[in-house]
Design a protein around this ligand. Structure first.
Ligand code: C2E
Ligand code: CA
Ligand code: CA
Ligand code: CA
Length: 276
């Protein structure tokens, strides 16, 4: 460790060392986890606001580590992004999600889409678009069955590359969705120049629409303007009847949240789709 001033270095060094050590241990865990098949996907249903129609699922990554126990994505995905391991892990996610989509189309449910989270690092990685194309071909599904969720942070670093990749993905025919909308930097006008068809309003906004009149109006405005731009609007993290009622009054297109269902195992998701 560098001396940050004579009085400080003794204090910093152990903390930094400990942090890098933990990161290394966890990074190795991730690498081995991928080899040992410790990852799995859960699928959270998205319903039309009426609750009557299942319109899709979002694939959510789970890591049950032999060494670290169950690790929530918010703890390991940032590290996987930092280390670049998100690229092979994300490829595995995409392959699995396409296989799941194939199960759905085999059941005659090909209009139920499967949404996959793609991190910025993954989107701009080499041959990403080709990998998506071959995953889809390998699974034997229609590109429109797959929805790709990206976040606004992808535009901070490499706008041009990101936009180019998104245009190529749209050309393939996958659906593009902007996740966590409202937490980042883009404005609705900026959205017009992006090849995105779906907007997901972040849970933090949905949480507040009941108590905060101003937030309610912000969400209402996002839905209306989004519709004007021809976008499909999804509300995530909907937990209460009250939220659901407000959102369907505003004609929000899709609802994802505990009010309808938590993320499900693959088998439970298939069973749900079967019954629809
Ligand atoms: P996200 O993309 O915003 O996913 C939604 C998160 O909200 C999920 O958390 C989901 O379980 C949770 N959620 C959904 N409905 C409700 C609700 O009604 N109440 C509450 N309290 N939570 C709800 P999860 O599965 O822990 O995932 C966290 C984040 O990890 C995701 O946020 C996403 O950013 C990331 N992530 C998950 N899977 C992947 C993946 O395969 N690849 C990448 N790059 N990121 C992923
Ligand atoms: Ca997401
Ligand atoms: Ca989200
Ligand atoms: Ca979120």
């Amino acid at each position: 460790a560098k001396k940050a001033g004579k009085n400080c270095w003794r204090f910093y060094e152990p903390v930094l060392l400990q942090e890098t050590n933990e990161k290394m241990v966890l990074t190795n865990g991730l690498r081995r986890g991928l080899e040992r098949g410790e990852f799995s996907l859960q699928y959270q249903p998205q319903f039309a606001s009426s609750g009557e129609y299942l319109v899709g699922f979002e694939a959510l990554l789970r890591w049950n580590s032999a060494d670290h126990g169950f690790m929530p994505p918010n703890r390991f995905i940032p590290l996987a992004e930092q280390t670049g391991l998100i690229v092979p892990i994300g490829e595995w996610v995409l392959t699995e999600a396409c296989r799941f989509a194939r199960r759905l189309s085999d059941m005659g449910k090909e209009d139920i889409h499967v949404a996959v989270n793609i991190s910025p690092r993954q989107l701009v990685s080499e041959n990403f678009v080709d990998k998506v194309r071959s995953c889809i071909e390998y699974a034997g599904i229609k590109p429109g069955q797959i929805e790709i969720e990206i976040t606004e942070s992808v535009f901070i670093e490499s706008v041009n590359d990101a936009v180019l990749k998104l245009c190529q993905l749209r050309e393939i025919g996958v659906i593009l969705s902007l996740d966590d909308f409202g937490t980042g930097y883009s404005s609705l006008t900026y959205l017009r120049s992006l090849p995105v068809g779906v907007l997901k309003i972040d849970k933090s906004f949905i949480d507040e629409i009941i108590n905060d009149q101003a937030q309610l109006h912000v969400v209402g405005a996002i839905i209306n303007l989004g519709h004007t731009l021809g976008l499909t609007i999804v509300a995530e993290g909907v937990e209460t009847e009250k939220q659901l009622k407000i959102l369907s009054e505003y004609r929000c297109d899709r609802i994802q949240g505990y009010i309808f269902s938590k993320p499900l195992t693959e088998e439970a998701a298939i069973e749900l789709a079967q019954g629809m």
